[in-house]
Design a binder for this molecule. Sequence first.
Ligand SMILES: NC(=O)C1=CN([C@@H]2O[C@H](COP(=O)(O)OP(=O)(O)OC[C@H]3O[C@@H](n4cnc5c(N)ncnc54)[C@H](OP(=O)(O)O)[C@@H]3O)[C@@H](O)[C@H]2O)C=CC1
Ligand SMILES: O=C(O)[C@@H]1CCC=N1
Length: 266
Amino acid sequence: MSVTIVGVGRLGEALLAGLLRSGVEPKEIVVAEKDPARVARICAQHGVTAATPDEAVAGADVVIVAVKPHDMAGLLADIGAALAPGAFVVSLAAGITLTFLQDALPAGTPVVRVMTNTPLLVGAAMSAICAGRHAGDDELARTEELLAAVGRVVRVPESQLDAVTALSGSGPAYFFYLVDAMIEAGVLLGLPRPLATELMVQTALGSAQMLRETSEHPALLREAVTSPAGTTAAALREFDRQAVRGAILDALVAARDRSVELGRPS
Ligand SMILES: NC(=O)C1=CN([C@@H]2O[C@H](COP(=O)(O)OP(=O)(O)OC[C@H]3O[C@@H](n4cnc5c(N)ncnc54)[C@H](OP(=O)(O)O)[C@@H]3O)[C@@H](O)[C@H]2O)C=CC1
Ligand SMILES: O=C(O)[C@@H]1CCC=N1
C-alpha cells in the first residue's frame, strides 16, 4: 500500500515515524510539506521522498492529510484532480467534517475521518475513525491497518468525533499538564527536579498500566489508595474544595465546542 502524507508537522511526522517504526518501508511513503527546511530534514532523517502535494498524491493508494483545519480547503482544492483512481483520503484534522471533505474533493472520492493523538509517536495512539458516504469497509479496514501499527483504533459514528477530539485527541495535553503540575509540586515540597520527574513519570506509567491490566473502575483504584484520615484524603479534599472535577468537565465541553467551530472554517 503506497501512502502519501501531506502536512508533515507535529502530528504528520509522528505518524510517519510510527509507521516506519512499525515496519512500513520508507519507499512506500511520499511526503509533501510546505516548509522546505522541515521537509529536507524529514527526508534526511526518515529516508522518505518528498514532492509537491499534487505530485505526491498522484501515485498513492492512501492520501493522509495532516494540515491545520484552516489549511484544509486550499489543500483539497490543490490535490483533488491529481488523486489516483481508487485512492482514498484520510483526514486527521480536528473538526473538519466528512461532508466538508466530500464537498471539497471530486464527486465520489472515498474519505475517512480520523481523530488520533500524539502517543502514536511511541506506538500507543488512541485513534477513532469513521467513513464517509463513498467509503466502505475496505477503506475503513485499510485505515485501521495503518493506524493499528501505531496504537489502538476504534470505529465511531461521526456524531461522536467532536467529543472524541475533546477527550482522547487533546487528552495527552491534559495529562502532561497534570504531570507537569505534580512535578512542580514536588519541587515546591523540596525534592530535586530530576527525582520529582522520575517519581511522577513512573507513577503515571504504573497507574495507566493498572487501569489497563486490572480493568477496575478508576474510582475503585482511587479508593484503594485513600486510607482513612490519611494523606490522599487530605489532598483529594483540596481537589474538591477547588472544584477540580467541575473544571475538567467545563474544559472538555470547551474543547468539544472548539472542535465544532473548527469544522466551520471561514
Ligand atoms: N497535534 C495534535 O496533538 C493533534 C493534531 N490533530 C490535527 O492534525 C492536524 C495537524 O496538526 P499539527 O501536526 O499539530 O499541525 P502542524 O502545524 O504542526 O503541521 C501541519 C503542517 O502542514 C504544513 N502545511 C500546511 N499547508 C500545507 C500544504 N498545502 N501542503 C503541504 N503542507 C502544508 C504546515 O506548514 P506551515 O506551518 O508552513 O503552514 C505544517 O508544517 C491538524 O488538523 C490538527 O487538528 C489531530 C489530533 C491530535
Ligand atoms: O488542539 C488541537 O486543535 C488538536 C486537535 C486535538 C489535539 N490537538
